[in-house]
Design a protein around this ligand. Sequence first.
Ligand SMILES: C[S@@+](CC[C@H](N)C(=O)[O-])C[C@H]1O[C@@H](n2cnc3c(N)ncnc32)[C@H](O)[C@@H]1O
Length: 306
Amino acid sequence: MSEEMGYGRAETRPAAEVPALLSWAARFLERRGVPKPRLNAERLLSHCTGRSRVELYAYPERPLRREEKRAFVRAVVRRSRREPLQYITGTTVFRYLELTVDGRVLIPRPETEMVVERALALLRERGGHPLVVDVGTGSGCIALSLAREYPAAVVHATDLDPRALSAARGNARRLGMEGLVRFHLGDCLSALPGDLEGKVDLVVSNPPYIREKDFRALPPEVRDYEPRSALVAGPRGTEVHERLLRQASRWLAPGGWLLMEGGEDQVEGLAELARALGYVEVKVHKDLNGRPRMVEGRLTPRGAFT
Ligand SMILES: C[S@@+](CC[C@H](N)C(=O)[O-])C[C@H]1O[C@@H](n2cnc3c(N)ncnc32)[C@H](O)[C@@H]1O
């Protein structure tokens, strides 16, 4: 290779921008207390260049366009202010779906993927065309996953926040799933049309469950950027769960299930309340770390108990 081409001597090689930018960003983010700074830097550079992480490392000398570098610096500064990575890139992956997320909705968490797994098991047990309601749908992650992975289900979703519902509808549209989930604005199950009373086979929910007094101690990514109404339920943290436990008996079909995600120190108490209210087959499920994170209960085959 000739010297004129610029690759003849090491010192005439173009500076490999990618490693230099990644090192700068990782150091900058680390100084600002961002967890996993290198990984964050890589994800942001991938996002701003459209190159995969593998490409970034395989071809570090490939030059970057000026706009790409500018976009990367802007993104790194946003992340240094503790804005969540997913709000900066605008997407997250939940099970088989790529969802758009922004400050209107909670970023779906991996443990909620297990709630979907359990919901699917219950739907398979029920068979046919079960009627499902996802309460507090946020990005739509649970409702859209159930509609995608159990196409025979008839899926409804509710949320108290109109901004969250518009985000969920946007996700349905982008995923080509418009019309597969019916969205309703309002409080818990009272948002549903009255003709669904007594017909729902599964109510599934990941409601807000942070106690008011615990809010300040949340990581800045959560406290300062995710919607407070998606996080905080009230002084106990279980207010929405308790309301759902009381409301659901009116909406569930005989033998229908209520399945909820909750905090590890909450679900045992919720299971007790479910039993006291008359739910049967009440179970607590643990996450992959062995922590109790889900509670389910079933309406008796005879139907409403209150
Ligand atoms: C913890 S987020 C869960 C979002 C999504 N389902 C997920 O798992 O990522 C709780 C959602 O419930 C909604 N919400 C809060 N209180 C509600 C209520 N009383 N009725 C219906 N939705 C409610 C919030 O607006 C928020 O979108």
